[in-house]
Design a protein around this ligand. Structure first.
Ligand code: SAH
Ligand code: SF4
Ligand code: F3S
Length: 453
C-alpha cells in the first residue's frame, strides 16, 4: 500500500482542505505515514499570508528535496495558497516538485496520481470546493463545514483574494444536508468556514424563504438564516464560524448569538487598526466608529460574549498617533484574546507598493511589544469573570501540560485544563478555579455528572 505524508501550514481553511486531501488519498488506497522519510507521496499544504509563512514552508522543502534524491520515484506535491501565488514558477524554483495545485484544484491531485503522467503538472484554476471531497476528521465529534470559498474584498495588504479567487457560496440545501450527515456521524460541534462567512449567500440565486407560504417574496439566503437552520438540526450542540468581516456584522447575526442555543458566545471581529485613516488605506470599508458601534451592539445583545480580533501593526504610513488609536480601541473593547501581526508586504498587493511610508523595523517591533502587553493584560482581566462560574466544556482529550488532567473548550472558546473523568467528545460541567490570559483551569462537577446519569 502506498503511503503519504502531509504537512499543513496556515489557517483553519487549510486545515479543512488538508482533511479533505487526506480523505481523498485514503479513498485512493493511500495510508498516512508517520514520518516524511517513510512516504511515497510527500505533500505540503501551504500558506502565504505573511513572509514568515513562506519561509517556514521553504525550510521544510529541503528535506523533501533530499528524500526525492535518495528515492526518485517518490512524488513531491505542493498545494495551497503559496503554490497558487507563484503558479508555474514552483517548478523553476524547485525542480524536484512533481505536482502543484491551488486551493481550488485539490481534486486534480487525484487525477495526477491515477494518470501515467511523468512530467510535472500544475493546476491553478478556481473551480472546486474541497468541501465536496471525502472527509477525514481529526476528531470524530468536531467538524468543519466549508460554506464559501474566496473573497471579494480588496484589503490592500492581503494576498488571499489572489490565492482563493472570487467568493462563491455553497447552496443552502447542500450545507444543511452536509450538517445533518455530520450530526448522524456523531459531530457535536461544527465550525463554519469561509474567508468572509457573513457575506454568505450574496452570490446565490434568490428563492422563496424556506418553509414560507407560496408566493412570498423571493430572497437570498443570508448568514443569519443559515445559522438559524443549522441550529434546528438535532445533535449539533455547538456552532462556531470563522472569519466574519465587521462590515457585514449585521444585527440579525448578532441576535443569532443571543437567540439560538447552539450558536456559541464568541465573536471574532478583526479590527486590523484602530485608526480610521489607516483603515481607509487598508480598504477595510469601516472606520473606527462603525467598528465600535458593532462592538456596542454585540455587548447589548450578548453582554457576556467573548470578543477576539486580529490586529496589524506597522502598516505603511502608520504614525505613533495612529498606533495609539489602536491601543485605545484595545483598552476600550477588552478582547478575550487577539492575534497580532507585524505588517508583511505581500507580492502583488497594493500595500506592498507603498514603500514611501514604510515603518522602520525597530518601530514595528516596539509597537508590537506594547500591543502584546496590552492584549495580554486585557485578556487576563477579562478571563477573571469566569472564576467561580461553572461552565459547559466540550472535552477534547488529555491536558498538554499534565497528562493526569483533561483539556476542553468552553462555549466562549476558552481552553480549560481540568481534573475529571469525562471522555473526549462529552459535554460536561467544570467549575473554574483560576484563569490566565490564555487558559482556564478547574474541576469537573462530578456530583452533577452523576446526578445527570
Ligand atoms: N479572511 C479573514 C482572514 C484573513 S488572514 C479575515 O479577513 O479576517 C488572517 C489575518 O492575517 C488578517 O486578519 C490580518 O490581520 C493578518 N494579515 C493578512 N495579511 C497580512 C499582511 N500582509 N501582513 C500582516 N498581517 C496580515
Ligand atoms: Fe484578506 Fe480582507 Fe479578504 Fe480577509 S476580507 S481574506 S483580510 S482581503
Ligand atoms: Fe494562509 Fe491561504 Fe489561509 S494565505 S491564512 S492558507 S487563506
Amino acid at each position: 500500500m502506498k503511503r503519504y505524508h502531509l504537512t499543513t501550514f496556515g489557517c483553519q481553511m487549510n486545515e479543512h482542505d488538508s482533511e479533505r486531501m487526506k480523505g481523498m488519498l485514503e479513498s485512493l488506497g493511500y495510508s498516512e505515514a508517520p514520518e516524511r522519510a517513510e512516504a511515497d507521496l510527500i505533500l505540503f499544504n501551504t500558506c502565504s499570508i505573511r513572509e514568515s509563512a513562506d519561509s517556514r514552508f521553504i525550510a521544510h522543502l529541503g528535506e523533501a528535496k533530499r528524500l526525492k534524491r535518495e528515492q526518485p520515484e517518490r512524488i513531491v506535491g505542493v498545494g495551497g495558497c503559496w503554490a497558487q501565488s507563484v503558479k508555474e514558477e514552483v517548478f523553476e524554483r524547485f525542480p524536484f516538485v512533481d505536482v502543484a495545485f491551488g486551493p481550488g484544484q485539490v481534486h486534480k491531485l487525484a487525477e495526477f496520481l491515477t494518470s501515467d503522467s511523468i512530467t510535472a503538472q500544475g493546476y491553478f484554476e478556481f473551480e472546486g470546493f474541497t468541501g465536496h471531497l471525502p472527509a477525514h476528521r481529526e476528531r470524530a465529534f468536531q467538524g468543519w463545514l466549508q460554506i464559501s470559498v474566496g473573497c471579494n474584498s480588496v484589503c490592500s495588504y492581503c494576498i488571499v483574494p489572489s490565492t482563493r479567487g472570487r467568493e462563491v457560496s455553497r447552496p443552502l440545501e447542500e450545507l444543511l444536508g452536509d450538517a445533518r450527515a455530520m450530526a448522524d456521524e456523531g459531530v457535536r460541534e461544527i465550525t463554519l468556514l469561509g474567508q468572509n462567512v457573513n457575506s454568505y449567500g450574496r452570490d446565490l440565486p434568490a428563492s422563496a424563504p424556506t418553509g414560507g407560504p407560496p408566493g412570498t417574496r423571493r430572497e437570498r439566503p443570508g448568514f443569519a438564516e443559515l445559522l438559524r437552520l443549522l441550529d434546528g438540526i438535532d445533535g449539533i450542540d455547538r456552532i462556531r464560524y470563522t472569519s466574519p468581516h465587521p462590515k457585514d456584522m449585521r444585527e440579525d447575526v448578532i441576535r443569532a448569538h443571543a437567540e439560538l442555543e447552539s450558536v456559541c458566545e464568541h465573536i471574532h471581529l478583526p479590527l486590523q487598526s484602530g485608526s480610521s485613516r489607516i483603515l481607509k488605506a487598508m480598504r477595510r470599508t469601516y472606520d473606527r466608529s462603525r467598528y465600535l458601534d458593532r462592538v456596542a451592539l454585540i455587548r447589548e445583545h450578548v453582554p457576556d460574549a467573548a470578543l477576539t480580533t486580529d490586529i496589524i501593526v506597522g502598516f505603511p504610513t502608520e504614525t505613533e498617533e495612529d498606533f495609539r488609536e489602536t491601543m485605545e480601541v484595545v483598552e476600550h473593547v477588552g478582547y478575550d484574546s487577539a492575534f497580532t501581526f507585524v505588517f508583511s508586504p505581500r507580492r502583488g498587493t497594493e500595500a506592498a507598493a507603498m514603500t514611501v511610508g514604510a515603518v522602520p523595523h525597530p518601530v514595528k517591533v516596539e509597537r508590537m511589544e506594547r500591543l502584546v502587553e496590552a492584549v495580554q493584560r486585557g485578556a487576563r482581566e477579562r478571563a477573571q469573570r469566569f472564576v467561580g462560574r461553572t461552565v459547559e466544556v466540550l472535552v477534547e482529550g488529555r491536558s498538554r501540560t499534565d497528562p493526569d488532567r483533561l483539556r476542553g473548550r468552553t462555549r466562549h472558546n476558552k481552553v480549560v485544563n481540568f481534573g475529571g473523568l469525562a471522555a473526549p467528545g462529552e459535554l460536561t460541567d467544570v467549575e473554574i478555579l483560576a484563569a490566565t490570559s490564555q487558559t482556564l483551569s478547574g474541576e469537573e462537577q462530578l456530583l452533577a455528572r452523576a446526578a445527570a446519569r
